[in-house]
Design a protein around this ligand. Structure first.
Ligand code: KIV
Length: 258
C-alpha cells in the first residue's frame, strides 16, 4: 500500500497518533516499513549518525540524493520526507531546483528548516509550484551556530509567539506538514491544536499528532542520545557484536562443515 499525506491528515482528523523514524539505507527502510513505520525521513542528521560529524552542516545535496535512492529502493511505498541540506535553499530558484532533484529520486515531501522571514518567503514560493513541504521550526540544527547550541527553543513568550506565528504562516502558505523540534510541551500543544495540517514532534512532548526520532537513537547506538530520545534496543547490538567476537576467539564460529 502506498502511503500519502492523506493518511496523515486522516489520522489527525481521527485523533490517531503516528510514529515516524529517520532512515538512510534500504535494509532498515524495508525493516521499518514491514514493522509499520510508513513515514520516514532521510534527514541531514545523517551528517552525524552516518558520517560522524558533530553537526549536520557538512551534508550535501548529493548525500541526500544518495540516501533517498537507497531508502526508496528498500521501501518504495513509504511516505518519504527528505531534507534540503544546509545552504541548499538560499533563494527561490535554488530551493526549487533542489526540491525537484529530491522529488525526482523518490522524495514525497521536502523538509526545510525555518529560521527567519526569508525562509518563510522561500517556502511560499515552493508551494506556488505545488511542492509538498514540511516546515521544520523550533530547534533547527542547521543553525546551531546562530542559535548558540542545541537548546530548547520557544521558552520565552516572545519566542513562543514567534514560533506560533511561523506555524500559522506556514499552514497558510500551503505546507503539508509541520515538524516541531525541541520546544516546550505547552507550545507544541497550542500549535498542534491551532493547525489543521499534521504536526510531527521531536522533543516537543506528548501532544503533537506524530512523533519522529533518529533511528540510531532508538537503537541506542549513538554516543550522546538526546534527553528527549529513548533507547528501545537495550544494548542488544552490543551484545550481538561481543558474542560474535567471543565465538570467533573461542573457535565456536564458524562451525566446521566436514
Ligand atoms: O535530520 C533529522 O534527522 C531531523 C530530525 C529532527 C528528525 O530533522
Amino acid at each position: 500500500m502506498m502511503y500519502t499525506i492523506n493518511h496523515l491528515k486522516k489520522m489527525k482528523k481521527n485523533k490517531k497518533k503516528f510514529a515516524a523514524l529517520t532512515v538512510y539505507d534500504a535494509t532498515f527502510a524495508r525493516l521499518l516499513y514491514n514493522q509499520g513505520i510508513n513515514v520516514m525521513l532521510v534527514g541531514d542528521s545523517l551528517g552525524m549518525v552516518i558520517q560522524g560529524h558533530n553537526s549536520t552542516l557538512s551534508v550535501t545535496m548529493n548525500d541526500i540524493i544518495y540516501h533517498v535512492n537507497c531508502v526508496k529502493n528498500g521501501a518504495p511505498n513509504c511516505l518519504l520526507l527528505a531534507d534540503l541540506p544546509f545552504m541548499s535553499y538560499n533563494n527561490n530558484e535554488q530551493a526549487l531546483n533542489n526540491s525537484v532533484k529530491l522529488m525526482k529520486v523518490g522524495a514525497n515531501i521536502i523538509k526545510l528548516e525555518v529560521i527567519n522571514k526569508q525562509s518563510l518567503d522561500i517556502i511560499s514560493y515552493l508551494t506556488k509550484y505545488s511542492i509538498p513541504i514540511c516546515g521544520h521550526i523550533g530547534l533547527t540544527p542547521q543553525y546551531v551556530n546562530y542559535l548558540g547550541g542545541y537548546k530548547i527553543q520557544g521558552t520565552y513568550s516572545n519566542d513562543a509567539n514567534k514560533l506560533l506565528d511561523y506555524a500559522v504562516f506556514l499552514e497558510q502558505a500551503g505546507v503539508v506538514i509541520l515538524l516541531l523540534e525541541y520546544v516546550p510541551e505547552f507550545l507544541a500543544k497550542k500549535i498542534t491544536e491551532t493547525l489543521k495540517i499534521p504536526v510531527i514532534g521531536i522533543g516537543a512532548g506528548v501532544h503533537t499528532d506524530g512523533q519522529i526520532l533518529v533511528l540510531q537513537d532508538v537503537l541506542g547506538i549513538t554516543n550522546n542520545i538526546p534527553v528527549f530520545a529513548k533507547n528501545y534496543l537495550d544494548n542488544h547490538i552490543n551484545i550481538a557484536i561481543s558474542k560474535y567476537i567471543k565465538e570467533v576467539e573461542f573457535g565456536t564460529f564458524p562451525i566446521k562443515n566436514n
